[in-house]
Write a protein that binds this ligand. Structure first.
Ligand SMILES: [Zn+2]
Ligand SMILES: [Zn+2]
Length: 204
């Protein structure tokens, strides 16, 4: 192989490497951006300024425990966001813009799955245990704290992070379907160090 051919191959490989790196970085930036949106939507639209359609759905989620906004509404909201964001990102940044959007919407999908699992499934690894306790602290102890669902990052940045110590006190009327042994209606023994039931009379 001639020197000129070698130089050409190295040149092409360098370009491919640059493209791949830029796509991976854009994908990660999109996912990171979703975690920020997750925090901002939840904290500001879901709680602090909740007189909006998202806030109404989120209030219902808090007050009814097993309620989730209909997936058709979530899909419609995601499509509206995508219709504005994807063309703009492609126009401004080309392929990395598309990768950014892919990362953002993939992370959004991951958030939806994780949030649903937290409420309907017990135990799915160390991360799942952490995510559940972080989220149920928000639900049952202090809704002004722990707004992040997939990560504590933005709670730490904005000073709303609480490291959850000891068991979560779950109001009996809002208990998760997986929390108790149906034959005794008491918290499964293996979960007793993480959760306990709070009866109405315990509030006094
Ligand atoms: Zn929730
Ligand atoms: Zn909330």
């Amino acid at each position: 192989m001639s020197l000129a051919e070698n130089v050409n191959i190295v040149y092409v490989l360098n370009i491919v490497q640059e493209v791949v790196v830029s796509l991976v970085v854009a994908l990660a930036a999109g996912a990171l951006s979703w975690t920020f949106l997750e925090y901002v939507f939840h904290r500001f639209l879901g709680h602090e300024h909740r007189h909006n359609p998202f806030g109404a759905e989120h209030t219902a989620h808090h007050s009814r425990g097993d309620y989730f906004a209909p997936w058709t509404r979530k899909l419609a909201a995601a499509l509206v966001l995508a219709a504005g964001l994807v063309p703009a990102a492609l126009l401004v940044a080309g392929a990395p813009g598309g990768a950014f959007c892919a990362g953002l919407f993939a992370a959004y999908g991951g958030y939806e799955v994780l949030h649903r699992l937290e409420h309907v499934h017990s135990g799915f690894g160390a991360y799942g245990r952490w995510a559940q306790r972080h989220h149920f602290y928000h639900h049952f102890h202090d809704p002004r704290m722990n707004h992040g669902v997939t990560s504590p990052l933005w709670d730490i940045v904005f000073g709303t992070y609480v490291r959850v110590e000891g068991p979560i006190r779950v109001p009996a009327r809002l208990k998760m379907s997986w929390l108790c042994d149906p034959s005794t209606d008491e918290v499964w023994p293996e979960l007793a160090s993480d959760y306990l039931l709070r009866m109405r009379r315990d509030r006094a």
